[in-house]
Write a protein that binds this ligand. Sequence first.
Ligand code: AP5
Ligand code: ZN
Length: 214
Amino acid sequence: MKIIMLGAPGAGKGTQAKKIAAKYQIPHVSTGDIFRANIKNGTELGMKAKSYMDAGGLVPDEITIGMLLDRIHEADCENGYVLDGFPRTIPQAESLTEALAGMDEKIDYAVNVDVPDENIISRMSGRRACLNCGATYHIVYNPPKQEGVCDVCGDKLVLRDDDKPETVQKRLSVYHDQTQPLIDYYEKAGVLKQVDGTQDMEAVFQDIVKILGA
Ligand code: AP5
Ligand code: ZN
């Protein structure tokens, strides 16, 4: 099963993608996580990506598309995957469609996690992330067992550099300009599914399971 998660920054794409990956036994491929891992490890790719990310902009398509296509050609993606944070622009979506068509494949579901802008800022300011293993928490909605410490790996939790309120505003405007048009793109492709992302995390997940099948 090949799934795309669509939605504004902070809509809960990553939260739901991790649950989908665990239930359906497919890899969770997050371009944001790949960039953050590269930044943490000080790679050349990480250094290129960092300035764009910190400013709330998008990493250029020339860098992102090749990186993602390489990742989905790895062996663990053979039986499908859930993409989180990609595609984010029409050229990214077109490249993905084309690459899949070349293998006689296509995306099965594009799940749009719909959350209005008003709810986004509070979600982002309360988010705490583990830069070691990629786990995410929320100080109110999904707190770790011990304050400031990752349940999964024990590393310390931080506020992401791009989760400051002024950067979140910029990310939202980039989302509306460049990423929202993908809703139409996947609607036309006949694979768009809408879920109400304002519900609690488990209710959102149950709606997704109804779409994907138990
Ligand atoms: P990325 O990491 O993809 O960030 P994003 O899309 O902005 O998404 P987020 O990770 O912020 O949010 P999310 O929707 O996953 O929400 P989450 O589940 O964490 O990208 C970061 C940057 O990398 C981009 O700005 C760009 O620069 C670059 N980049 C990445 N991909 C790129 C691409 N393809 N092209 C170009 N550049 C790219 O949830 C948010 C918070 O809310 C959490 O604290 C969570 O616990 C909480 N929460 C989740 N669900 C609920 C719920 N139902 N109720 C209450 N709280 C909830
Ligand atoms: Zn961790």
